[in-house]
Every structure is written in C-alpha cells, then in structure tokens.
Design a protein. Structure first.
Length: 305
C-alpha cells in the first residue's frame, strides 16, 4: 500500500524565487491528506499533478498566513469544480471564523459539506481515524497556538499462505487467521494453528509533521522511532538567538531532535529567505543526524512496507 509524502512548499514567512509557502500531501492507501495550505497551494497541486478533488482531509498547524492563506482559494476552486464529497478540516480554534467571514463577504455557499474540527494545540491526543491511519496532535511552542501532526498507519493483518490453508474455510475463519487467531473446532481442539498458515504482517509506517516551534526536547518522546520526521529549520545555528525570539528552530536543533527521537529519516524545511543556498542548513543538520534531506519543492518520499 502506498505511503508517500510530497513537498509542495518549503519557504518560511516570505516566499523566495522557487520556494513556496508550507504545504504537503501525504498519500496513504489511496487517500490523500493535505498538511497546511500556504498561499499558492492549489497551483502547486496542479504542477505536481495532484487532483485536489481526491483530498478528503486537511490539517492546518496554525494561523500564520504562510500556513493557511491558500485555504480559501482552494476551497473555492473545489466548489467551482462541483465537488459534492464532504471535506474534513482540522485546525486551531478561530480558523472557522476566518473562513466564515470570507464566505459571507464573498457570498460563497459551498457545494459540499465542510466539517471543521477545532484542535487543542496544547495536547497530544488522537483527533482522527479512518481505515488507513490515525492522527495525533503534537504540541508546538510558537508565538500563537500551533500543533504538528503524527500520522500512523493502522496495524496490518497477518498474511495468509494460500498453499498451506486447508480447504473449506469460511470468510470469517480466514479473517480470524489474518488477525492472528488460531482456529478451534466445536470441541475446542486445534483445527488450524495460525503460525502454520500465516506470515508476519507488513510493517505499519509513520510520519511526524513538526511545524513552527522552538526546539522542544519533549517532542522526541512523542515521535520516538518515527519512520519519517519533518522538522522546521528556519535558521542556521549562528542565529539561534533570533530563532528563539521568533519561536523557531535551527537546522542543528532539528537534527538533534531527530537523533534523540531515534527517527529513521529527517526532512528539514521552512527555510528563511535569507538563505539562497540551502546546503549549509543541510550540512548543519547532518552534524547531528546523518539521514537528513532538504524538504524542497517537488520532493517525494515513499516509505517501504
């Protein structure tokens, strides 16, 4: 099953040349989830050949413009293109007020149901579940309420070995075997031993999106062992005082967090426009965590099962 992250934007507050405001698309099990929606996101979706009508859930980290100013335009385009499928939206309280005001003054009545759920950005808790994955909030330390999101695939079922299965098993019995159960006959005697006819399930994968935040060591425990970690790296470490004032992190701090979290891979992004060349940020993060990449526009990261 597909589990792929696509980077649409890597810039911080000010866009720069070919860097756009924060937006990412996670594809899991055929479903697509939009994470943040900075200005120009719908154009970036078109450039990457991602059909916005396939997006059924949107997660917004906070209400600074570089993370959600593209949302109203995207919703408007979905409406103009005749969307009827409901859309779920998660974000900090107040996002609904902003959208309601825009809809009211533009006389926009959406053709689809927009189901908004406000999230408590101070808590780590599950807020979403579907057939593919669960999503938990990750508290960030920023100038306004802000949270990241932890996406985890649901545990997968054991795989049946067709050549070892006895004839005549019912669908219910086959399902029980994929759940790891042995089959017993009416007398309670062993009919089919699970270990004899199944193999281990494929590995469930995970992705953590850590949006704008001060370096917060406690995040490491919340995302420990994550397959793919995105962490903002707005500045180089020689500007850590500026990072602290603006409630952002440095590339070195992002690498340190990934190492302490025992992550498998790290993506850094949200780069300040002061940096034309991003290689120094990458090199700095790698001093703490070798398996680091730049989350630049168009990057696709697929996680194997």
């Amino acid at each position: 099953m597909e589990f792929e992250l696509k980077i649409l934007g890597s810039a911080s507050a000010t866009p720069f040349l070919d860097r756009h405001h924060t937006a990412q698309v996670l594809t899991a099990g055929g479903a697509q989830y939009l994470i943040d929606c900075g200005e120009g996101t719908q154009r970036r979706l078109m450039e990457q050949k991602i059909r916005h009508q396939r997006i059924h859930t949107i997660f917004i980290s906070h209400l600074h413009g570089d993370h959600f100013f593209g949302l109203f335009g995207l919703l408007g385009t979905m409406h103009l293109n005749g969307r009827t499928e409901p859309l779920r939206l998660f974000g900090p309280p107040g996002l609904d007020e902003v959208l309601t005001m825009q809809f009211r003054h533009s006389h926009t009545q959406l053709s689809f149901e927009l189901d908004f759920t406000p999230v408590d950005t101070t808590q780590h808790r599950q807020i979403f579940e579907d057939k593919n994955l669960t999503v938990h909030t990750l508290p960030m330390r920023h100038r306004i309420p802000c949270c990241g999101y932890l996406f985890r695939e649901k545990p997968k079922r054991r795989r049946l070995l067709a050549e070892r299965l006895p004839d005549g098993l019912t669908p219910a019995q086959l399902s029980a075997l994929t759940l790891g159960n042995d089959l017993l006959d009416d007398n309670g005697q062993m009919l089919v031993r699970n270990a004899d006819v199944t193999t281990e399930p494929k590995r469930a994968r995970s992705y953590a999106f850590c949006s704008d935040t001060l370096y917060t060591e406690s995040l490491a425990d919340l995302v420990r062992g994550v397959d793919l970690l995105y962490h903002e790296a707005t500045f180089l470490d020689d500007m850590r005082e500026r990072a602290a004032v603006t409630h952002h992190s440095t590339a070195r701090q992002a690498g340190l967090l990934a190492r302490r979290a025992e992550a498998h891979r790290l993506l850094i992004g949200h780069f300040s426009s002061r940096y034309r060349d991003l290689q120094p940020l990458l090199a700095e993060a790698k001093t703490q965590f070798e398996w680091t990449e730049l989350a630049v526009e168009g990057l696709s990261v697929s996680l194997a099962e």
